[in-house]
Design a protein around this ligand. Structure first.
Ligand code: CAA
Length: 382
């Protein structure tokens, strides 16, 4: 067992860290306060090849592995969680299923520009009545000759308004349950596809979250991803990888909260000495650091299993569960360590706390991760 990153992985980590510190971090506060989509950051990620890390060079990818991707994503998320989720949705939720299930034509047309950052991708599974119970979705696809006609409303779509390429999960017949779910590649601007409500959110305020409305939206058969009825498995396969990405985002947020706390508790003096000179404070920092490192190891393990082509459903759920709950705990502690200052917008820790919360919710709530983990424990032959 080797716990070291390879030279190539370390090189990408250093590059992402440098970019994060110099370019992404200085913009994070403004993006949060104004609720601005990080388009400039997306361009920077694209220019540096960070939007195509774990994909074949034949489609403009970097030909690296998933471990390298999550290492880079952690660095970007440490600087700006809104940029982190944008990168994560682009990579894990849009590009990965296109690479895995797409036809050669779909890969050339849709995957290659996503990997170069010429286009932005989105993943649209959830609906008002189908969040955790994803298989109960109602957005309908009706076959009509060589086309399908989509009708229904999707919700909480990240990269929502700014995407060019949407992977939309529909049902051919709700009576079929998960066996009727079918995925389509939908281009922005397709007649019958419009935007609904923009969500105003507690955190990741720079990320774009929209409702999508399909009303008689005609999609050619050539834009069906996978076969009819394969959609649910594509969606779940995608989320297995996506959850490792959200673990990376959560770890980035937690690391940022720890870094801020380490600095502040050494600078801030009360009762004639720095806060960190009190053992209660130093021990809190120790617990924060330990949980972050444990989360990181779970994330590396899940990503490494994915790279080896092994089942990583449970490992991804464990990484996401532990990393997101760590991010919430660490960022809440960071606010506490900053006292009154931590509760103001003059310091970034309140943003970290707001940003951390979503990692316990999207790509499957912590309760969903517990379902996935426990089901495997209960059914696995031992
Ligand atoms: N990979 C491949 N196939 C899988 C799978 C996986 N990880 N998990 C399940 N399946 C298959 C099963 O084998 C089964 O197939 P068969 O019928 O052939 O045996 C089929 O899918 C149905 O599986 P389940 O019976 O387990 O399905 P379920 O209805 O009980 O659902 C669930 C299980 C885990 C609760 C699932 O619905 C789930 O993950 N829900 C949460 C959805 C979610 O995470 N949404 C996030 C939205 S995206 C987002 O948040 C993006 C963003 O903004 C950043």
């Amino acid at each position: 067992m080797d716990f070291k990153l390879s030279d190539d992985q370390l090189m990408i980590q250093e590059m992402a860290r440098d970019l994060a510190n110099k370019v992404i971090m200085p913009r994070a506060d403004h993006l949060d306060k104004t609720g601005t989509f990080p388009m400039e950051n997306v361009k920077v990620l694209a220019e540096n090849g960070l939007l195509g890390i774990p994909f074949p060079e034949a489609y403009n990818g970097a030909g690296a592995d998933y471990v390298t991707y999550v290492v880079a994503l952690e660095e970007i998320s440490r600087a700006c969680a809104s940029t982190g989720v944008t990168m994560s949705v682009q990579t894990s939720l849009a590009s990965a299923p296109l690479n895995m299930f797409g036809t050669e034509e779909q890969k050339r047309k849709y995957l290659a520009p996503l990997l170069e950052g010429k286009t932005i991708g989105a993943y649209s599974l959830s609906e008002a009545g189908a969040g955790t119970d994803a298989a109960s979705l109602k957005c309908r696809a009706v076959k009509d000759g060589d086309d399908y006609v989509l009708t229904g409303t999707k919700m909480w779509v990240s990269n929502g308004f700014y995407a060019d390429t949407y992977l939309v999960y529909t049902t051919l017949d709700p009576e079929l349950g998960h066996k009727g779910i079918t995925a389509f590649i939908v281009e922005k601007g397709t007649p019958g596809f419009t935007f609904g409500k923009k969500e105003e959110k507690l955190g990741i305020r720079g990320s774009s979250t929209y409702e999508l409305i399909f009303d008689g939206c005609r999609i050619p058969k050539s834009n069906r991803l996978g076969y009819e009825g394969q959609g649910f498995k594509i969606a779940m396969w995608t989320l297995d990888g996506g959850r490792i990405g959200i673990a990376a985002q959560a770890i980035g947020i937690a690391q940022a909260a720890l870094d801020a706390s380490v600095s502040y508790t050494q600078e801030r003096k009360q009762f004639g000495k720095p806060l960190a000179a009190n053992q209660a404070i130093a021990f809190t920092l120790a617990e924060m650091a330990t949980d972050i490192e444990a989360a990181r190891l779970l994330m590396y393990r899940a990503a490494s299993l994915k790279d080896q082509g092994q089942n990583h459903t449970q490992a991804a759920a464990m990484a996401k569960l532990f990393a997101s709950e760590t991010a919430m705990w660490v960022s809440t502690k960071a606010v506490q360590l900053h006292g009154g200052y931590g509760y103001t917008t003059d310091y970034p820790v309140e943003r970290f706390m707001r940003d951390a919360k979503i990692t316990e919710i999207y790509e499957g709530t912590s309760e969903v991760q517990r379902i996935v983990i426990s089901r495997q424990e209960l059914t696995e032959a031992r």
